[in-house]
Design a binder for this molecule. Structure first.
Ligand SMILES: Cc1cc2nc3c(=O)[nH]c(=O)nc-3n(C[C@H](O)[C@H](O)[C@H](O)COP(=O)(O)OP(=O)(O)OC[C@H]3O[C@@H](n4cnc5c(N)ncnc54)[C@H](O)[C@@H]3O)c2cc1C
Length: 420
């Protein structure tokens, strides 16, 4: 949708094909029990400049659409860090030096590490895992478990022993080392389909484009002067195609072209996509009585199944609705969805005294939520070996892990190439 909006802006008529009944993909609204949910609680950072600009361009209002919180990490009862309203990176250093739940030495160690990263311009000569980087800089177990591991999992959706230290540093560089509001955390007050893709679709249609939902693309065929797109409904020729499907589907669409044209370079792109591993994200929504609240809109738990908890009452006005997010692979994958929900219910009771069963719960398991962001990962370029066929998506080449901002940046790049 980012590519479609940017092309529409240049006066290029664009047609979007979406296989699902609604727009949004991995960031979409979900209705359950007459309650508006998302397929997973999403959080944006102030440094997601392209995404935030795009939301405003299509009619959003960042101040109204989001609850904006200054950088804060709260692992209930174990650790808390809150950035004061000071210029960056002073805000972070003061936050680290005054963090609760760390010894003085640990706080100094974390601050030294951040200063060293700044001196290194957040660049590593060789990419390694986040665990290796943290060990090199003597970040001890408590510091890793309370600060760096939750940050890494939240940012990269990859366990620290598998995560690319360089990509983690890219996020830290943009979120923590630039202007102070870049480290703000923005929690959407409306569902994700309404927040961006639906508005983007209206924008595209107002600019002469078309958006077709429930219209799966089944095949792509390169022609001399364009690309033929075959959907479940018909075939149509276009000057260019941007394949913005998730990686598994993109590979499925490209593979037959590589095979039929004996196209070695395209076969390499397909192999690159095939080699991406994936990581899950589970979200457990629980509807308690309206009087139930958490101490903050968002807070973490230390060494529990629930990694992050969100109080939707404080964010969206949906009182009593809580969301527990469990990112990456882990022991929770051995549980059934009901068992996992019961673990979360017990944790809410033990940590906050929330008694009794919720009126209902809903577990949304996104098994392929993001690619596994490992060191030196070769991600496919937006430019394919076929000049009229481009790739957009969070998994394509870029500085960022699988995030909304990464997906948006890739779409804007495709639009730039086509409109140049
Ligand atoms: C539970 C969860 C929580 C997340 N939390 C965060 C977060 O807090 N912050 C953050 O920045 N990121 C988060 N992410 C990641 C973020 O959602 C993704 O990086 C982003 O949505 C990817 O966008 P995309 O356009 O690359 O792919 P997708 O969103 O997967 O879009 C691909 C689209 O292609 C459609 N499609 C598939 N096949 C076809 C076909 N054959 N024809 C036509 N259309 C097709 C799909 O239906 C989909 O709409 C989260 C992801 C999940 C799953």
């Amino acid at each position: 949708m980012a590519a479609a909006v940017a092309l529409a802006d240049c006066g290029i008529p664009v047609t979007v094909f979406e296989s699902a009944q609604q727009l949004g993909g991995r960031a979409r609204g979900v209705m359950y029990n007459d309650t508006q949910l998302d397929n997973g609680q999403h959080l944006l950072l102030g440094c997601y400049v392209q995404t935030l600009n795009l939301i405003e361009k299509v009619g959003g209002n960042i101040d109204k659409d989001f609850l904006r919180l200054p950088l804060q990490l709260d692992l209930h009862g174990e650790f808390s860090l809150k950035a004061p309203r000071l210029p960056a990176p002073l805000h972070l250093l003061v936050a680290l030096l005054s963090a609760q739940g760390l010894t003085w030495n640990e706080r100094l160690n974390a601050s030294r590490f951040m200063l060293t990263l700044r001196r290194m311009n957040f660049r590593l000569i060789n990419d390694i895992t986040a665990t290796e980087l943290l060990a090199q800089h003597k970040q001890d177990t408590a510091l890793v478990q309370k600060l760096w591991e939750p940050l890494c999992i939240a940012a990269l959706n990859t366990p620290i022993h598998k995560a690319s230290a360089q990509v983690l540093l890219n996020v830290l560089r943009d979120a923590l080392n630039q202007s102070r509001d870049y480290s703000d955390m923005l929690l959407p007050r409306i569902d994700f389909t309404s927040l961006f893709p639906q508005r983007a679709a209206n924008y595209v249609e107002q600019h002469g484009g078309k958006v077709n939902i429930s219209c799966s693309v089944e095949a792509l065929r390169p022609l001399e002067d364009g690309i033929e797109i075959t959907t479940v409904q018909s075939s149509e020729k276009f000057s260019h195609a941007i394949c913005a499907a998730p990686p598994v589907v993109a590979a499925r669409l490209l593979r037959p072209i590589a095979a039929s044209q004996n196209h070695g370079a395209l076969a390499e792109t397909v192999a690159q996509i095939d080699s991406l591993e994936h990581q899950p994200i589970y979200t457990v929504y629980l509807q308690y009585p309206a009087s139930v609240t958490l101490p903050h809109p968002m807070l973490g738990l230390h060494q529990r199944y629930s990694q992050w908890l969100f109080d939707k009452g404080r964010i969206t006005g949906q009182h009593g609705l809580l969301a527990a997010v469990i990112s990456t692979e882990g022991i929770h994958l051995e549980l059934s969805q009901d068992e996992l929900a019961q673990k979360v219910i017990i944790e809410l009771h033990e940590e906050f005294g929330i008694a009794g069963q919720p009126a209902w719960f809903k577990v949304i398991a996104e098994k392929r939520a993001t690619f596994c962001c490992s060191p030196n990962l070769e991600r496919p370029s937006q430019l394919t070996p076929l000049p009229r066929l481009l790739l957009a998506g969070d998994y394509t080449a870029g500085d960022y892990p699988a995030t909304l901002e990464g997906a948006v940046m890739s779409g804007l790049k495709c639009a730039d190439v086509i409109s140049a």
